[in-house]
Design a protein around this ligand. Structure first.
Ligand SMILES: Nc1nc2c(ncn2[C@@H]2O[C@H](COP(=O)(O)OP(=O)(O)OP(=O)(O)O)[C@@H](O)[C@H]2O)c(=O)[nH]1
Ligand SMILES: [Mg+2]
Length: 564
């Protein structure tokens, strides 16, 4: 059989089975996925921390300022920018149908200011633009910036991760990449392999700052993803949007995106097919099982269960809140342990490093030349060796601390599981899954040394007019002070990075528990409600429905798995 027909057939079957099962939203999703794949549409999601310029970058790429942008956190809902004969937009609320909307009024739905925390319940926004870049099926997806003041934005972006086919990671220089961004990109990389990384706002950066940010980010990313990443592209979305020439790496970015469409578009669509089909299938099986269980109980019990389920969900949410201080206590313990280790290092290393520097400076002054610059270089070398040694020595301990911390986090969160286990529907919140991410590695990822500017240029000019002995003393003092600053700043930075990593993992675990709680609860509530209606129709109706569910289940399980 023709491969395409098989694949489309599986989704069509899923849609039909979901409809028969009464899982309207799943049926709709299956239809939407089938349509997107039939049309060869794939999602390149622009992701990153808030205010990196993701929305501006998409506007610049499609050549129209269609998405709202601004200096305060803006994007509050995931927005798909796709090809259309003219600029148009549509929006969806909850499980309702799409509604056309004025593309100029998009901010009403997607901007944090007009829809804080997505209180309007927007579940989808699509913008159509007649851009040649999109004509290939490529869709640019704007996502809310992560780690901004609105947790709803981060949650919306994370919820979209399973639908991402390729990612466009938008970074800046300050900081070059955050722990949250690394966590997100690692999560995305589990299912989407294509990753383009851009350093936006390049117009604002000096050459030195840019080079430092680039080198650092490439190394950190490669280390975290455990594979090399393509060179980071430097762009300026505002320059391009203002109609400036496609300077810097702009053309390379466009080629990359066009290349994705031409070279990998088809395989991205196939991978999406396999991924989305598997997810829909699992969701449908979950709904069927939940409904069957509900049907097997008497009506009054089902009604009591709806009430008890609602209480259990509220209880679990409260439990999560209450566990906050305990999670913070674990975090605080880790902070103290790591701070002590770092302070001990700093005290011990400083003496040794000063001695090593003195020895090198003898060489510097013996060989003449520009002693101040070479003394600065010697301080950088000594600091680097010293920090590297520290990193090597500390790594096993850091790993142990991190694991221990994550284990404690998972145990604390496990209490939510225990408290909800009384409700069979919520007992599906299986503990091992809650612990995903616990095994994440904890290496001191930010090992590349920052070399803050040494003493002022003025001092260098004065060197020339000083007697040699006085000059040597001054240079030695300046180099020693610089060495101290380097060690202080870089070891403090490693500490902050470790703590940020811990915080990020904690947030990830909590978000995962919340998401599962909501998914399972929603499926169970729907099932109980549906079972209640069937039970009201009498025993024969119940039997017929149990039989139908058994048949549907068999059919869903027998569906072919599309190959990625
Ligand atoms: N100088 C400079 N500013 C830029 C660039 N790109 C975006 N900006 C500015 O940065 C600010 C944030 O841009 P947005 O596009 O709203 O950023 P975002 O990442 O979508 O923000 P959120 O949706 O809140 O996550 C705006 O004031 C933009 O004008 C750039 O390349 N250079
Ligand atoms: Mg935005």
């Amino acid at each position: 059989m023709d491969a395409d027909r098989t694949e489309q057939g599986t989704l069509a079957d899923l849609e039909r089975l979901a409809r028969e099962a009464g899982a309207v939203e799943l049926a709709r999703e299956a239809a939407a996925v089938a349509e997107r794949l039939r049309e060869g549409r794939f999602y390149v999601a622009c992701v990153g921390q808030f205010k990196r310029g993701k929305s501006t970058l998409i506007n610049a790429l499609v050549g129209e300022p269609v998405l709202p942008t601004g200096v305060v956190p803006v994007t509050a809902a995931v927005t798909v920018v796709r090809f259309g004969a003219r600029v148009a937009a549509r929006v969806r609320f909850g499980e309702r149908d799409w509604e056309d909307c004025d593309p100029r009024a998009l901010a009403t739905y997607v901007a944090e200011e007009h829809n804080p925390g997505n209180e309007k319940g927007v579940t989808g926004v699509e913008v159509f633009v007649p851009s040649p870049l999109l004509a290939t099926g490529l869709c640019l997806v704007d996502t809310p910036g992560i780690a901004s003041v609105s947790p709803a934005g981060t949650a919306a972006t994370r919820a979209f991760v399973p639908h991402i086919d390729a990612a466009l990671l938008v970074l800046g220089a300050d900081p070059p990449i955050s722990g949250d961004e690394l966590g997100l990109v690692e999560e995305i990389a589990r299912s989407a392999h294509e990753l383009i990384v851009v350093l936006n706002k390049a117009d604002r950066l000096g050459d030195a700052e840019r080079a430092e940010a680039l080198g650092f980010t490439e190394r950190v990313l490669a280390e975290r993803l455990r594979r090399p990443v393509a060179p980071i592209l430097q762009v300026s979305a505002v320059e391009r949007l203002a109609g400036g020439p496609p300077g810097r790496d702009w053309d390379a970015l466009v080629w990359c995106l066009e290349g994705l469409a031409l070279g990998s578009g088809a395989s991205l669509v196939r991978a999406a097919e396999a991924r989305e089909t598997a997810a829909l299938r699992d969701a449908l099986l979950l709904e069927l099982d939940a409904e069957r269980e509900a049907l097997e109980r008497p009506l009054h019990e089902s009604q009591a269960r709806v009430a008890s389920l609602r209480r259990a969900i509220a209880g679990a949410e409260r439990a999560l809140e209450e566990l906050g201080p305990r999670m913070s206590a674990v975090q605080e313990r880790l902070r103290r342990a790591f701070s002590e280790a770092r302070d001990a290092f700093f005290r011990g290393a400083l003496r040794e490093a000063r001695a090593a520097l003195r020895a090198r400076l003898d060489g510097v002054f013996a060989s003449g030349g520009a002693p101040r610059a070479r003394a600065t270089g010697a301080a950088v070398d000594v600091a680097r060796e010293c920090l590297e040694r520290w990193r090597r020595e500390q790594e096993p301990e850091v790993e142990r601390l991190y694991r221990e911390g994550m284990q404690r986090f998972a145990e604390v969160l496990g209490e939510v599981h225990d408290r909800t286990a009384a409700s069979p529907e919520l007992a599906r919140l299986s503990r091992p899954e809650v612990m995903t991410g616990v095994t994440a590695r904890s290496r001191l990822v930010y090992t590349e040394m920052l070399t803050a500017a040494p003493a002022s240029v003025g001092a260098g000019l004065l060197d020339a007019v000083r007697p040699p002995r006085a000059r040597r003393r001054r240079i030695e003092r300046a180099a020693a002070a610089y060495l101290e600053r380097l060690l202080e700043a870089n070891s403090a930075r490693a500490k902050n990075d470790f703590l940020e990593r811990v915080l990020e993992s904690r947030r990830g675990l909590e978000a995962e528990v919340r998401r599962r709680l909501q998914d399972v609860a929603a499926a169970a509530e729907r099932a109980v409600e549906q079972a209640r209606r069937t039970q009201e129709a009498g025993a024969a109706a119940v039997q017929a429905r149990v039989d139908a569910i058994a048949r549907l289940r068999t059919e869903v399980e027998a569906l072919e798995h599309p190959e990625a």
